[in-house]
Design a protein around this ligand. Structure first.
Ligand code: HEM
Length: 237
């Protein structure tokens, strides 16, 4: 089950799209299909639908149990991870590759970010259910660091979500908006790295997650380098 979800997610990840099209796993006019059917508010709505289908399938497979809720906690985190990585790498991919799909990705970055917020709300709801119905050993093992770090992350996600709308964005001001979205995103990247890198060192299943984290880090650095090169060339001698 985990493997098929993860395979599907990695299949949908930006890098694999082109290969999937090339090898005819996905249709050739994928860009057109993406533009037509997966855009704007449809993305968070599809995410909500997908998360609900996932909840029902976990319930039908594992019943009402601690294992079922934990499995949903993990899967919602994995879906959030892919959505977050897509949103976080969109501008770098567009700056470095400039393809049809990178433009589609960048145009829909806000909605992918909102889908990440939806999915991570699923993670939080599942955690509340775990605490309410199967508190042991979950609550016994919860450290103050996890509670504080996790709460700060949810505050950041809420602020980024609210300020993705025009009026709150204008109220906050462009400078603070950029600050919030830049440092907020890096904080979330660090939390994902903190969760997945130790797991990848123990279990090979998590290696693709660590690879994706590193690839996105590399893309961001490559974009920053490209911009620096461009601005130093533009400077008068
Ligand atoms: C107070 C807030 C949070 C708590 C108490 C919490 C708790 C947990 C727990 C207990 C698990 C493991 C479930 C299991 O293996 O049975 C888990 C998994 C995970 N959480 Fe959270 N979490 C919180 C917030 C976050 C945030 C903000 C992020 C990321 C931005 C995050 C990312 C992850 C990831 C990546 C996993 C691993 C999923 C996997 O194994 O694939 N969590 N969380």
């Amino acid at each position: 089950m985990y493997c098929s979800v993860s395979a599907l997610l990695s299949m949908l990840s930006a890098w694999n799209l082109e290969y999937a099209v090339y090898y005819r796993i996905l249709p050739k006019n994928l860009d057109i299909i993406l533009v037509k059917f997966v855009k704007n508010w449809q993305i968070p709505l599809w995410t909500m639908f997908g998360l609900s289908v996932l909840a029902v399938s976990v319930y039908l497979t594992l019943g009402w149990s601690e294992a079922a809720i934990r499995s949903y906690v993990r899967m919602s985190a994995q879906i959030s991870f892919v959505l977050f990585m897509l949103a976080f790498s969109a501008s770098s991919l567009q700056a470095l590759f400039r393809r049809g799909w990178t433009a589609v990705l960048l145009r829909n970055r806000r909605y992918i970010g909102l889908s990440f917020a939806v999915s991570h709300t699923g993670h939080l709801l599942a955690l509340f259910m775990l605490a309410a119905y199967f508190p042991h050993p979950f609550l016994d093992r919860l450290s103050m660091g996890t509670i504080l770090g996790g709460t700060l992350a949810y505050v950041i996600i809420a602020m980024m979500t609210i300020t993705s709308f025009e009026i709150p964005r204008r109220r906050l001001g462009e400078r603070y908006w950029k600050w919030l979205h830049l440092y907020g995103s890096w904080y979330l990247w660090i939390l994902f790295a903190y969760s997945y890198i130790p797991r990848a060192m123990k279990t090979e299943y998590y290696i693709p997650f660590a690879v994706l984290l590193s690839a996105v880090l590399f893309l961001r650095i490559a974009r920053a380098y490209k911009y620096r090169q461009a601005s130093s060339k533009a400077e008068p001698v």
